[in-house]
Write a protein that binds this ligand. Sequence first.
Ligand code: F6R
Length: 253
Amino acid sequence: MNIYKPNFLIFKDKNEADTFVSKTIIYTINKSKSKINLGLATGSTPIDVYKNLVKAYKSEKVDFIKVSTFNLDEYVGLTSNYYKKSYRYFMDNTLFDKININMNNTFFPINWNAEIKSSRTKFNEYDELIAKKGGIDLQILGIGENGHIAFNEPGTKLNSKTSKVNLTPETIEANSRFFKDANEVPRTSVTMGLNTILQAKKIILIAYGDKKLNALKALLSADSFNEEWPCTALLLHPNVTIVTDLINSICLN
Ligand code: F6R
C-alpha cells in the first residue's frame, strides 16, 4: 500500500483559509467543460466557504448548473419536528437554495426522514450511484476531534463503504451544540465509508481551531493507516490538501 504525504497549507487565519477553499471549488467548477461532482461536508467548518460560494454565484463568478453534489452523511431517525437539524436542511439553507444548482442533482446517502425497515438495506448503493455518475472530482472534508472523517469513527475499517454507523459519545457530545441537549442527538447516521472517500479524485480536509489540533497531529505524525485515527486513511490518497488556520499552535508546538 502506497503512503503519500498530504499537501499541508497553514493560513494566517480562517478567513484566508476559507477564501482558498472556495476559490479552489470555483476554479474546479469553472475549468470543467462538462459536469462536475463535488463531495460536501456539513458542520460548522465549511459554513463560510459555502457563504463565499453563494457570493461568487451572485456576482456571476460561478455557475452551478453542471454541478452534482454528494453529501458525506445524514442522521438516521429524525422525526419531522427535527427537519431543521437534518443535514439536508443545512445544505439547502446554507447553499443549495441560494444558487442555481438542480436540486435533483443533490444527493445524500439517505433521506433525512427515511425509515430503515430492513436490516438488509443496501446503503452502499450510494457508492454505486457515485461511481455511475463518474466519481467525485473534489471532496471537501471536516474532521472530528476524535479524528473522524464523515462519521467514520475510531475503529472504522479502511475498506468501509457507505453504511449505517453508531456515533460515539464524543461525537454526540460535540454535535449536541446543534440540539437542545445531547439526548436529542441521533445515535446513528448513514455515512460514506473510508473507502468511498478515498475514491474521490482530489480531497481537501479543513481543520479549524485548537479542538482539532490533536486529530491533525495524529494525521501529520502517522506513517500508515491507524484505525484509532480514521483521518489517517487520507495518507493512502495521492491528492490530499490539508487546510488549517492553526498557525500558532502548529508552529509553536
Ligand atoms: C459532517 C461530517 C463531520 C464533520 C466533523 C467536524 O458532514 O462529515 O465529519 O466534518 O464532525 O464538524 P464541525 O465542522 O462541526 O467541527
